[in-house]
Design a protein around this ligand. Structure first.
Ligand SMILES: CC(C)(COP(=O)(O)OP(=O)(O)OC[C@H]1O[C@@H](n2cnc3c(N)ncnc32)[C@H](O)[C@@H]1OP(=O)(O)O)[C@@H](O)C(=O)NCCC(=O)NCCSC(=O)/C=C/CC(=O)O
Ligand SMILES: Cc1cc2nc3c(=O)[nH]c(=O)nc-3n(C[C@H](O)[C@H](O)[C@H](O)COP(=O)(O)OP(=O)(O)OC[C@H]3O[C@@H](n4cnc5c(N)ncnc54)[C@H](O)[C@@H]3O)c2cc1C
Length: 620
C-alpha cells in the first residue's frame, strides 16, 4: 500500500471527529480558520519557500530572509490583515528574522514600560516600520544576571540628556536579534546614574543608525556576531554586538512608565514594583509556551508519519514487514511526545489568559498576582522548552537515518528551536526563580496567609504530606483525581523537604546555593503539576465532536502517566506512591499505547492539515 494511501487508511480509522479536533487544537473555530487561511496563503506563495534554506550561504540566507520579511509586510498591507492574521503570517514564514524582535519585544516594551507620551511618540513609527527596533539587554559579560549589566546611562542636568556609555569590553551589548544589520533603534537596558547615584537597570530608546543612509550614528559601534549553531537555523537572524562611546540622548528617551528622572535630575520610583522593568521578558515567556506546542507538534507529526510508513523486520512468508509504529518501544517514545504537544497547547492557552489577567490588574495598580505570574511564566517556559528540545531530538532518532537528513525537516527544526532553552532566560536560572517563589510560599504557611491560584495545593500540605494514593488496580490510574493528588503530593513534599533542609544552613542564601539542585527539581514538580491540572481543567470543559473528548482523555493519561513513570523516583522517594502502584501505572500506560496507536496517525495527521503545507522540506 502506498504511503499516502496508508495515511488515508489511517485517517479513515479515526474514531473521532477530526474537524472538531482541529478546532480544539487551534483554541477556537475563528482561530482555526485564521490559521488555516494564513497557512494556505504562505504555502501557496513561492517567495516563502524554505526547502532551500540549508543550502544557502549566510549572506544569501540573510538576503532571502530580508526578502521574505519585506514580502510578508507587503502582503499584510495589501490584504489588510488583522494583527492576529499578521502575527500568524510572520509565524508561518517560520524563519528567525529581525521582525520577531521588533514586533515581539521592542514594541511590547514601549507599550509596557513607556508612559503615554512616549507611546504616542514611538509606537506609530514602529507600527509603520518607519523605525525598526531591537531589545538590547544582554551584554558580553551578563545575560542571566540583569542587575549585573554594566552599560551606563548618566544624567547630565546641564543639557537635560543621558550619556549612554559602554565602560568595559564586557559591557558590550551582545546577542540582540535584529541588531547586527537591520535595526535603526534599540531598547537599551543600562544602569541609570543621577548625581553619582546608581539606580539599577532601566530601559532607554536609542537611535543606532541613520534613517537616511542606515550608517551607524556617531559614538555607535555595531555589527553582527557571526555564525551560530547549524547551517540555516538562526543564521537568518542578525544577532549583533553594540558599543557606545558617550552617546547623548534626550531625557525623554528613558522609558518613564515604571520610574522617572525629573528635569532637575531627581530619580522618582513610581509606586510600582521595580520588576515591571522585566515585563517584556514575562510577556515573551508566556508566548514561548504556546510556541513550544507548535514546534513539538511539527516534530511529532514528522515522526508519526515516518513510523506509520516505515516497515522493518517481521516479514512472514514474504508478506510485508512490520510497521515500526507497532513496536512497543517506538510507541513508548513517540506517544508521550504527542500527548505533551496537547498538554503544552492547553497550558499555553491558560497562561495567555493569566498574562492578560495580570496586565489588566496592573492597569488598576493591583500587583497581587505578579509573583505568581512570574513563577508560572518562568517555570512553564523552562519546562516546556526543555521538554520540546529533547522531544525534537527524540523524533530525529525515531526516524532512523532519515531523521538526520535535512530534507526530513528535523535537523533544521532542532537547530532553530534549541536556543529557546537559553534565550528569554536560561532554563535553570528560571527554575530557581520558581523555587524562590515556592520557598517563600512554604515559609508563609504558618502565617495564616492562604496560598491561592496555582500554589493553592500548598494550603493542603498537611493532608498531602500524609496521603496515600488510592490505587489497587491499573485502571485506578485512569481517574484524574487520583493522578492530580499524586502530582500535588509529590510537589508539596519536595518543596516542604527543601524548606526544612534550608533550615540546616546558617542563612537562606547559603542554603539556596547548596540545595540549588533539589530546589530546581522541586520547581519542575510544581510546574508539571500545573500542566497536569490545566489538562484536567480542559477536559472538564464542554468539548464537542464525536470521540474528541475520549481521545483527549487518553492523551491526558498518556501524558500524566508517562511523566509519573519518568519521575517515579520522586513519587516513591517522597512516599506519594508505592513501587507496586508505580508498576500498575506502567501497566496502564502500556494498555493506553495500544489505544492511541489506532488513532494516533489521525490525531497527528490532522495537524498535518494545518502544517503540512509548511513542512515542504519534510518528505518520506
Ligand atoms: C533571574 C532574574 C529574575 C533575577 O533578577 P533580580 O533583579 O536579580 O531579582 P531577584 O532574583 O533578586 O528577585 C527579586 C524579586 O523580584 C522578583 N522577580 C524577578 N523577576 C521578576 C519578574 N520578571 N516579574 C516579577 N517579579 C520578578 C523575584 O521573584 C523576587 O521576588 P521576592 O518576592 O522573592 O523578593 C533576572 O536577572 C532575569 O530575568 N534574568 C534572565 C534574563 C533574560 O531573560 N534575558 C532575556 C533577554 S531577551 C532575549 O533573550 C531575547 C531572545 C530572542 C527571542 O526571544 O527571539
Ligand atoms: C539565539 C539567541 C537569541 C538571543 N536574543 C537576544 C535578544 O534579542 N536580546 C537580548 O537581550 N538577549 C538575547 N539573547 C541572550 C539571552 O537572553 C541570554 O543568553 C540568556 O539570558 C542566558 O544568559 P547568559 O548567556 O548570560 O547565560 P549564563 O547565565 O552565563 O548561563 C550559563 C550557565 O550558567 C548557569 N547559571 C547562571 N547563573 C546561575 C545561577 N544563579 N545559579 C545556577 N546556575 C546559573 C546557567 O544555568 C547556564 O548553565 C539571545 C540568546 C540566544 C542564544
Amino acid at each position: 500500500m502506498e504511503a499516502l494511501d496508508y495515511h488515508a487508511e489511517e485517517r479513515r480509522k479515526a474514531e473521532f471527529d477530526v474537524e472538531e479536533m482541529k478546532i480544539v487544537w487551534a483554541g477556537s473555530r475563528q482561530a482555526y480558520e485564521i490559521s488555516d487561511r494564513v497557512a494556505r496563503l504562505v504555502a501557496s506563495d513561492p517567495v516563502f519557500r524554505k526547502d532551500n534554506r540549508t543550502m544557502l550561504s549566510r549572506k544569501d540566507l540573510f538576503k532571502d530572509t530580508l526578502r521574505k520579511a519585506a514580502h510578508a509586510w507587503k502582503r499584510i498591507i495589501e490584504l489588510r490583515l488583522s494583527e492576529e492574521e499578521a502575527s500568524k503570517l510572520r509565524f508561518f514564514v517560520d524563519q528567525p528574522v529581525f521582525t520577531d524582535l521588533h514586533w515581539g519585544m521592542f514594541i511590547p516594551a514601549i507599550k509596557g514600560q513607556g508612559n503615554e507620551e512616549q507611546q504616542q511618540k514611538w509606537l506609530p513609527m514602529a507600527y509603520k516600520m518607519q523605525i525598526i527596533g531591537c531589545y538590547a539587554q544582554t551584554e558580553l559579560g551578563h545575560g542571566s544576571n540583569v542587575q549585573g549589566l554594566e552599560t551606563t546611562a548618566t544624567f547630565d542636568p546641564e543639557t537635560d540628556e543621558f550619556v549612554i556609555h559602554s565602560p568595559t569590553l564586557t559591557s558590550s551589548k551582545w546577542w540582540p536579534g535584529g541588531l547586527g544589520k537591520v535595526s535603526t533603534h534599540a531598547l537599551i537596558y543600562a544602569r541609570l546614574i543621577t548625581d553619582g547615584q546608581d539606580h539599577g537597570v532601566h530601559g532607554f530608546i536609542v537611535q543606532l543608525r541613520s534613517l537616511d543612509d542606515h550608517l551607524p550614528l556617531p559614538g555607535i559601534t555595531v555589527g553582527d556576531i557571526g555564525m551560530k549553531f547549524g547551517s540555516g537555523a538562526y543564521n537568518s537572524m542578525d544577532n549583533g554586538v553594540l558599543r557606545f562611546d558617550h552617546v547623548r540622548i534626550l531625557r525623554d528617551q528613558m522609558l518613564m512608565g515604571v520610574s522617572q528622572v525629573t528635569r532637575e535630575g531627581k530619580f522618582m520610583q513610581s509606586d510600582v514594583p521595580r520588576q515591571l522593568v522585566y515585563g517584556t521578558m514575562v510577556y515573551v515567556r508566556q508566548k514561548i509556551v504556546a510556541d513550544a506546542s507548535c514546534a513539538l507538534s511539527r516534530a511529532v507529526c514528522i515522526a508519526t508519519r515516518y513510523s506509520v510508513v516505515r516497515r522493518q523486520f517481521g516479514s512472514h512468508n514474504g508478506g510485508p514487514e512490520t510497521q515500526v509504529i507497532d513496536y512497543k518501544t517506538q510507541q513508548s517514545r513517540l506517544f508521550p511526545l504527542l500527548a505533551s504537544a496537547y498538554a503544552f497547547r492547553f497550558v499555553g492557552e491558560w497562561l495567555k489568559w493569566l498574562y492578560t489577567d495580570v496586565t489588566q490588574r496592573l492597569q488598576a495598580s493591583d500587583f497581587s498576582t505578579l509573583p505568581e505570574v512570574h513563577a508560572c511564566t518562568a517555570g512553564l517556559k523552562s519546562v516546556t522548552t526543555s521538554a520540546t528540545a529533547d522531544a525534537i531530538e527524540e523524533c530525529r532518532k525515531l526516524c532512523g537515518g532519515h531523521g538526520y537528513l535535512s530534507s526530513s525537516g528535523l535537523p533544521e527544526l532542532f537547530a532553530v528551536y534549541v536556543p529557546a532553552c537559553t534565550y528569554e532566560g536560561d532554563n535553570v536560572v528560571l527554575l530557581l526563580q520558581v523555587a524562590r517563589f515556592l520557598m517563600k510560599t512554604v515559609s508563609q504557611l504558618g502565617s495564616g496567609k492562604k496560598p491561592v491560584g496555582t500554589i493553592a495545593y500548598m494550603g493542603r500540605s498537611e493532608h498531602l504530606l500524609q496521603c496515600r494514593c488510592e490505587v489497587e488496580r491499573a485502571e485506578d490510574w485512569l481517574k484524574p483525581n487520583v493522578i492530580l493528588e499524586a502530582f500535588e503530593a509529590r510537589a508539596a513534599r519536595m518543596s516542604v523537604t527543601c524548606a526544612k533542609n534550608l533550615n540546616n544552613f546558617a542563612n537562606q542564601e547559603e542554603g539556596f546555593a547548596q540545595l540549588a539542585t533539589d530546589l530546581a527539581e522541586a520547581a519542575v514538580a510544581h510546574v508539571q503539576l500545573i500542566i497536569v491540572s490545566k489538562f484536567i481543567e480542559k477536559l472538564q470543559q464542554d468539548i464537542p465532536g464525536k470521540g474528541v473528548k475520549r481521545q483527549l482523555e487518553i492523551l491526558f493519561n498518556v501524558y500524566a502517566l508517562s511523566l509519573l513513570h519518568k519521575h517515579l523516583g520522586d513519587f516513591v522517594a517522597s512516599g506519594c506512591i508505592t513501587p507496586k502502584q508505580g508498576a500498575l501505572a506502567n501497566e496502564q500506560l502500556r494498555l493506553l499505547y495500544s489505544q492511541v496507536h489506532f488513532d494516533n496517525p489521525s490525531l497527528l495527521l490532522y495537524m498535518v492539515l494545518l502544517l503540512e503545507r509548511l513542512l515542504q522540506s519534510t518528505s518520506f
